[in-house]
Design a protein around this ligand. Sequence first.
Ligand SMILES: C[S@@+](CC[C@H](N)C(=O)[O-])C[C@H]1O[C@@H](n2cnc3c(N)ncnc32)[C@H](O)[C@@H]1O
Length: 285
Amino acid sequence: MKKKILKTVKNIYHLFKRFDSDSRYFDRIREMIPELQKYKYDQKDYFIERAQEEGLNTLKEYHFFLKGHPEKVEQLRKHLTYSGSHFFRGEDWTFFTERVLSQFRNRKNVRVWCAGCSTGQEVYSLIMSLLNYVPLDAIDLLASDYNDELLDICKKGNYAIMHYHEIPEEYQKYTTVIKNRFVFAEELRKIIKTDNINLLTDDYPEGFDIILCRNVIKFFLPGLRLNVQKKFASSLNEGGILFLSYDDGNDDEMIEDPGKLGFRQISDRGIYQKATTADRRNRKK
Ligand SMILES: C[S@@+](CC[C@H](N)C(=O)[O-])C[C@H]1O[C@@H](n2cnc3c(N)ncnc32)[C@H](O)[C@@H]1O
């Protein structure tokens, strides 16, 4: 048994060594997708995994393969970052729901934007949490990503049963379990407007009371992150809320100088409020 484990470890080591000697081809693959220059994460490991999925052993082989398969290059471009998501992701949801969303109690209209929403788990988490304070017809919700395939899944609201445990019991009434899947009620799905928005290159919509953008900008280079945070500030109404992520001690998405962008930090885990004119006047006094 010990021998077998040792052999497997050795094999994996040699496989990665071989990939390691392929740096030149790593650069060539990156050149095929110019957008990658704006992202910060271990793209080499990512390419190695994709190459292995295609049954290939080196990045040289993978580069050659991509040259003959433009559709695979397009697929890589669409999945520049990890797109995994969970319902009620992060430890801050209780604080966010009870201390932040409660401020919207009985509002006739709440405009919300989930940016980089992936397959929609965050979108449904937000709708269900808001329903504690406002009726469904008060919620005006935009869900965006730069990948249409993910937006389609979000709109369908149909997920594998293995994720059902992520939905607290009090919210399970908004779902129906069908065999090994569960689906959100049509009334909830119906209010979701989706749009393909690239946060690095597109203009942003405006007039929001709440923006969620979690586990997205940590993949961007630091200078580009600041630019996105500034654009979110312009997209929010006065007093509007920005919810970024603070995951497992990773503070990459936090705003370095909230005051400079016109924000007040209301939790040390990524929740900010845009100052109102009255706040600014008081600060000057
Ligand atoms: C890890 S998922 C986060 C999903 C969700 N916000 C959450 O916290 O569970 C990252 C998402 O960001 C999207 N994304 C990456 N770069 C983007 C860009 N430039 N513009 C818009 N969306 C982007 C990806 O497609 C992916 O769906």
